[in-house]
Design a protein around this ligand. Structure first.
Ligand SMILES: [Zn+2]
Length: 371
């Protein structure tokens, strides 16, 4: 009779996650880095080394494409993956832009790459908007077909000339977004980061390991950074002010953990699209709900990969194309769970892989895509 109160007392000081179990390990538990259990599950496996249809990587970050050896190396990797076109979203302006456009043309690969320009958003003050818009016009004349990727610093850390934080919906930039609308080019913008990066780094944070590895991804200090919701509100006001501009939200606007919220956004703003780079961990853990979402919003979603690691693209093909179950993801610190295939129908795959990009980006090379 005496043991029961003792156990109850011991349990009362345990964290909730252990207290709900009725046994404690008799060996020292491994850390979350050490514990890598082998899966014993045997199920059909259908790896997909090549995309089923030629794909456009809307969120391409290949190295700078200004020498023939680099260009040939990237094209060889693209051919293996059935990547038809990469959008160079490491945006560049002026001579850095024209040098790459010319190098790709000289290498005979003008049909495999398109280039976005970048905006200088530092030290914005009165008159900056007109100056940025003029540079934009010049870069588009030189061959740029979009703006971006506008990095997460925009909104998070970029300062104005007067020292205050440059908010996404700053009226000084209105002329820039209106110029993009008039030129008919998409604006590709990365706002904030996963919402958990803005939350306290405690043992309930879903991204604990990633935040432990990368101190520069911790944005929970409200004295230094705006909150996730503040950034989303600024972004949404920017979108609302410019309904004629074609917006593409990098990483699906960081709403893949709450696709209904992203659906609301798509419903409110018909000019807004999402790009799937680096959020595969979320899509692959909700394959049925994500599939329904992709079917419903099939005209609004674009394939993009973000970092250029050729061996990582097949994970995307496998999640999108198969109904495989419980398979590994490529990046342990993004997610501690496994992925499942969404089994997207062919007509949805075609739109996500290339047709939406061909529609949104002006002067896209059409060769290499099904008619
Ligand atoms: Zn990027």
């Amino acid at each position: 009779m005496r043991r029961i109160p003792l156990i109850a007392a011991a349990l009362s000081v345990l964290p909730a996650s252990l207290a709900c179990q009725d046994r404690r390990p008799t060996l020292p538990p491994p850390s979350i880095v050490e514990y890598q259990p082998r899966s014993t599950l045997v199920v059909p496996e259908n790896p997909v080394p090549r995309a089923k249809f030629p794909a456009v990587d809307f969120h391409g970050h290949p190295p700078s494409l200004d020498d023939p050896a680099t260009i040939e190396r990237v094209v060889a990797a693209m051919d293996e993956l059935n990547l038809q076109v990469i959008v160079q979203a490491r945006g560049s302006s002026g001579s850095r832009l024209t040098r790459q456009i010319e190098a790709v043309r000289a290498a005979g690969h003008a049909d495999r790459f398109v280039f976005f320009t970048t905006l200088n958003l530092r030290d914005v003050g009165p008159g900056s908007g007109a100056r940025i818009a003029a540079q934009l016009e010049e870069d588009v004349r030189a061959g740029a077909v979009g703006i971006g990727e506008i990095g997460k610093q925009f909104g998070l850390t970029t300062r104005k000339a007067d020292g205050t934080r440059l908010q996404l919906d700053d009226p000084e930039l209105d002329i820039v977004w209106e110029t993009a609308a008039r030129l008919g080019i998409p604006v590709f913008v990365h706002t904030a980061d996963p919402a958990e990066f803005f939350q306290p780094l405690d043992y309930e944070n879903e991204r604990w390991l990633e935040l432990a590895i990368f101190p520069n991804r911790r944005f929970f200090d409200r004295a230094r950074f705006p909150s996730f919701e503040e950034l989303m509100a600024e972004r949404d006001r920017m979108l609302a002010k410019h309904p004629n501009t074609t917006w593409v939200l990098a990483h699906m606007g960081w709403h893949t953990q709450d696709l209904a919220r992203l659906g609301d956004l798509f419903d409110r703003f018909p000019n807004v699209h999402g790009e799937v780079g680096a959020v595969l961990y979320d899509l692959g853990r909700q394959p049925r709900f994500a599939r329904d979402f992709f079917v419903r919003y099939q005209d609004r979603i674009l394939f993009g990969k973000d970092s250029f690691q050729p061996d990582e693209y097949p994970y995307y093909w496998r999640v999108f194309e198969t109904e495989d179950e419980y398979f590994d993801y490529y990046r342990g610190y993004h997610a501690f769970w496994k992925l499942y295939g969404m089994g997207l129908p062919d007509d949805v795959l075609r739109k996500v892989y290339y047709a939406n990009a061909l529609r949104i980006i002006p002067n896209m090379p059409a060769s290499g895509f099904p008619g």
